[in-house]
Structure formats: structure tokens, C-alpha cells
Write a protein that binds this ligand. Structure first.
Ligand SMILES: Cc1cc2nc3c(=O)[nH]c(=O)nc-3n(C[C@H](O)[C@H](O)[C@H](O)COP(=O)(O)OP(=O)(O)OC[C@H]3O[C@@H](n4cnc5c(N)ncnc54)[C@H](O)[C@@H]3O)c2cc1C
Length: 372
């Protein structure tokens, strides 16, 4: 039951991964923090449940450590298209597959440990000069951090929504009781979208389907992924499957005055990049640093930098999704020189800067794409 609050130093609207990460970072920077979320924890959500190594490093910076018994490591990414496959290890460390409620509880525990006040079951309905409306008198705050997700109400009320077109696809997730057959995250490609597999424990995998077709569910999609269908033939689906829109959205600004957007409220890349959570954790840290320095402008710049590479990869992956011919060319180019994929993955996870990717590789990859 939500006990009405009158004021907060920092009010975080939304207690999903981004909101809780922001609360932890800001609290670690010395601010008093209150988080408000309309749902009851631990919150589940349609998600591929993979966290990249750089996202794990950010989590560690927040003091949140994943218990290996509650998750499963993966060493890299494998792409599969028809009978072609290409794979690479992460250059540094592993990623982790972890169920969303487990991740949520971990972040709640850490936020509580550092002294954030958490309020659940409290819906924010408005924003005015008097404060934030949460079902009682307006709550005044010095800083308002909006982490209320993809359809952020506060982004709109704060005047930070803009009319740039957003690309939408449909995402679903389902768990299967089966021992992971690989320690890679496998991304299976077909003309109807992607299905990707993340190990989440010794005997469970998470399967995410991302598609442009609104009417396509797991049953209709699986025949388009024969190799995966064969793998899942005897595996029992574990629970109800969840769905959500996945949106590629870029905003002109993510802060205004004392209001800042974080996580999916601040723009997003398509789910197939597997970068949403990592970006949110990095943004949380950048936001706290900017608040400590007293300048949300600094956050604006760092936010842009954090999003740059995931956006680049997102553009490439959405083009591969939309144009099967281009996708086949990319696969041919990547298999012609396996080191390309390793370097692309290093770039994707921030382990290599675009400058180090090298002019030679860029020209050579471009040549292979044209010639393949
Ligand atoms: C199918 C799919 C697969 C994905 N796979 C991956 C993956 O493998 N790896 C990865 O890193 N990312 C993945 N993502 C992206 C990832 O799920 C998101 O980046 C992440 O959930 C963003 O967290 P968030 O806290 O910004 O938003 P959310 O998780 O949506 O949290 C927003 C919170 O705000 C609360 N809220 C909303 N409105 C209000 C209100 N008015 N008042 C109070 N509270 C409110 C909600 O209850 C919610 O708890 C995937 C996404 C999809 C859809």
C-alpha cells in the first residue's frame, strides 16, 4: 500500500531496471532518493534477459553483483541464417542471462541497501509547477528522474517528447525447460524476424522473438526457424509468454531544467541488439555524475555517446532484418573473414573504439559486402 509522500530531494518515476539503477547511482553520489512505481515487485517483463559484459561492469560499479547460481554466463554471440553461422567470443569477460524478476530483486536489494526509499503500487498521473501527482497532494522535488519506460507519460508532460518517427517491432519471450546447448547467445535470422536464445540457468533458456508482423506468435514463427524448432522439439515451455513493443527511438533532448530521462523513457534501440539494459546502467552512472557536477548538460552529452554504437549496430541489424538479400551479403562477408565478427562484437560491446576498428577493416568489409 502506497503511503503518500509530500516531498523528495530526488524523485525517480519508475522502478524498473533503469529507475532502480539511477536511484542507486544517485544515492551513491550522496543524494536522498525516492522511487515510485505503479507495479508490485519483483516485476517481470518481456525481455531476452541477456546482459552484455559492459552492462555487467556498470552493474558492478553500482555495487550490484549477480549470484552465478541465479544466472547463466554466455561467452559471446552466434548469428545463424539458413545453414550459415558465424560466432565470436567477447574480448573481455562473459555476459549473463538472468530472469527479469531475479534482476529486479537484485536491484531492489541494492537500492534498499544504499538507502533509497521505494514506493510500489503508486501510479504517477500528472506533473505541474506544484509537483508530481501521485494520488495525493502534489509531491515537490528538487530533481525529477523519469524512468517510466517506453511509453513515458512524464517525458510527454515534461515537454521532452518529440515527433521524430520511431520504428516499432513486436517482441515476445518464452522460457523452455531444457539444458542450454550452447554458451553463446544464439541469434537465429529468418525472413519473418529473429529468435534469440539466452541461457538463464543450467536447465533453462529464454527465447525471444522479434518481428515486424503483428499477427505472428511463437507457434507461427517457429517453422521459419527449422534449426531452432528441432532443438526445441522435446523442450517444455515453462510459463506464459509475455509480449511488448520494441521501439527504436531517438529524442532531441533527454533533460530540461531539473528533469532528466533515463532508460527506455530516454529513447531506445531495437531489442535484438541486446543493449537496452546495459545502456540503462551506463546512463544511470552518467546521470549521477552529472547531478554531482550540477549540470544535466553533461548528462545529455554522455547519453548521446552511450547510445552512439548501439544505434549504429541497430541500424545495421534492422537493415539485415528488412532486406534478406543484404542479410545474406552480410553473412557471406562475415564468414569470409571470421575476424570481422569478432571485431564487430568488440565494437558493439564498447571493448573497441570505432577508431581502432580501422579504416582497413571498414574498407575491406565494405568491399566484401559489395562483392559478396
Ligand atoms: C522482447 C524484448 C527483448 C529484450 N531483450 C533484451 C535483452 O536481451 N537485453 C537487454 O539488455 N535488453 C533487452 N530488452 C530491452 C529491455 O527490456 C529494456 O531496455 C529495459 O526493460 C528498460 O528498462 P526501463 O527501466 O527503462 O523500463 P521498464 O522496464 O519498462 O520500467 C519502467 C517502469 O516504470 C513503471 N511505470 C510506468 N509508468 C508509470 C507511472 N505512470 N507511474 C509509476 N510507474 C510507472 C513501470 O511499472 C515499470 O516498472 C528487450 C526488450 C524487449 C521488448
Amino acid at each position: 500500500m502506497y503511503k503518500s509522500i509530500r516531498e523528495a530531494d530526488v524523485l525517480v518515476a519508475g522502478g524498473g531496471p533503469a529507475g532502480l539503477a539511477a536511484a542507486i547511482a544517485v544515492r551513491q553520489a550522496g543524494f536522498a532518493v525516492t522511487v515510485v512505481d505503479c507495479a508490485q515487485p519483483p516485476i517481470d517483463k518481456a525481455c531476452g534477459e541477456g546482459i552484455m559484459p559492459d552492462g555487467l561492469a556498470a552493474l558492478r560499479q553500482l555495487g550490484a553483483h549477480i549470484d552465478p547460481r541465479q544466472a547463466a554466463p554466455f561467452r559471446g554471440i552466434r548469428f545463424l541464417n539458413d545453414d550459415v553461422q558465424v560466432e565470436a567470443d567477447f574480448p573481455h569477460g562473459a555476459g549473463y542471462g538472468i530472469r527479469r524478476p531475479v534482476l529486479h530483486q537484485l536491484l531492489i536489494d541494492r537500492a534498499t541497501e544504499v538507502g533509497a526509499c521505494l514506493h510500489w503500487g503508486a501510479r504517477i498521473t500528472g506533473l505541474s509547477a506544484e509537483g508530481v501527482a501521485i494520488g495525493g497532494p502534489p509531491v515537490r522535488c528538487r530533481w525529477l528522474l523519469c524512468a517510466d519506460g517506453q511509453n513515458s507519460l512524464l517525458r510527454r508532460l515534461a515537454g521532452l517528447d518529440d515527433s521524430r518517427p520511431a520504428q516499432r517491432r513486436f517482441g515476445f519471450r518464452r522460457h523452455y525447460r531444457v539444458a542450454p546447448w550452447s554458451d553463446f547467445v544464439e541469434v537465429h535470422w529468418s525472413n519473418c524476424g529473429q529468435m534469440y536464445i539466452t541461457p538463464v540457468s543450467d536447465n533453462e533458456i529464454c527465447v525471444a522473438l522479434i518481428t515486424r508482423s503483428p499477427g505472428l506468435g511463437f507457434a507461427e514463427a517457429l517453422p521459419h526457424f527449422p534449426a531452432l524448432r528441432a532443438r526445441l522439439k522435446d523442450a517444455a515451455p515453462d510459463d506464459r509468454h509475455l509480449g511488448a513493443l520494441t521501439v527504436t527511438r531517438r529524442l532531441a533532448a533527454v533533460q530540461l531544467g531539473k528533469v532528466a530521462l533515463v532508460g527506455e523513457a530516454s529513447g531506445s534501440v531495437d531489442a535484438v541488439t541486446g543493449e537496452g539494459l546495459s545502456m540503462a546502467f551506463h546512463q544511470a552512472i552518467a546521470l549521477a555524475e552529472a547531478m554531482r557536477a550540477g549540470s544535466l548538460q553533461q548528462y545529455e552529452m554522455t547519453h548521446r555517446r552511450i547510445a552512439r554504437l548501439p544505434r549504429m549496430m541497430c541500424t545495421l541489424m534492422l537493415a539485415m532484418d528488412k532486406h534478406p538479400h543484404f542479410r545474406r551479403r552480410v553473412f557471406r562477408a562475415l564468414t569470409s573473414e571470421p575476424d570481422y565478427f569478432r571485431r564487430l562484437l568488440a565494437l558493439h560491446t564498447g571493448a573497441m573504439s570505432p577508431l581502432n576498428f580501422g579504416l582497413r577493416e571498414t574498407v575491406s568489409l565494405g568491399w566484401h559486402l559489395l562483392a559478396a
